[in-house]
Design a protein around this ligand. Structure first.
Ligand code: SME
Length: 148
């Protein structure tokens, strides 16, 4: 299956779970479980909540992550920009924060609620370089909208 088909499958599975709870954190937890299981190139995926001074970790799948990362790293840059960031090689991104040394590429997608407030960022790491492209960002942007 190509990544488009996998994302379509993930969207259908996630939609089928939405009636189980309307709450944000359980929905986030369900979403990371679905995505991490489906994509072999996802090394880590999870949310960082946007708080006043810091990004604070939310539901995730993968090795233990740094719980509080200020507004640093790729996540901080995406939060400040309020836009997606795709990093083909994390070692070339100034200020990249290493949580799992195996991570080689990364994509961060901002998460907006229905009122268009930035509430979190969704971070995905891969253990291979150049794993993420516009297909990943398009589908992930679509799927995080379903959280609300
Ligand atoms: N690499 C991220 C930090 C979070 S971890 O990858 C889970 C960054 O540079 O923002």
């Amino acid at each position: 299956m190509d990544k488009k088909e996998l994302y379509e499958q993930a969207i259908n599975e996630f939609k089928a779970s939405l009636d189980e709870t309307g709450e944000l954190i359980p929905r986030m937890a369900t979403l990371v479980a679905i995505l991490k299981d489906k994509f072999s190139y996802y090394l880590w995926c999870g949310f960082y909540f946007v708080e006043d001074k810091d990004l604070v970790v939310g539901p995730y799948q993968g090795l233990k992550a740094c719980p509080i990362i200020g507004y640093g790293g790729v996540c901080g840059a995406a939060a400040k920009k309020k836009g997606k960031i795709i990093v083909p090689d994390v070692h070339k991104f100034p200020g990249h924060i290493v949580c799992d040394a195996r991570s080689k590429s990364e994509m961060v997608i901002p998460v907006f609620d229905k009122e268009k407030r930035l509430v979190a960022v969704f971070d995905i790491d891969s253990d291979k370089k150049d794993s993420f492209d516009n297909t990943d960002s398009k589908y992930v942007e679509q799927i995080v909208k379903l959280l609300f």
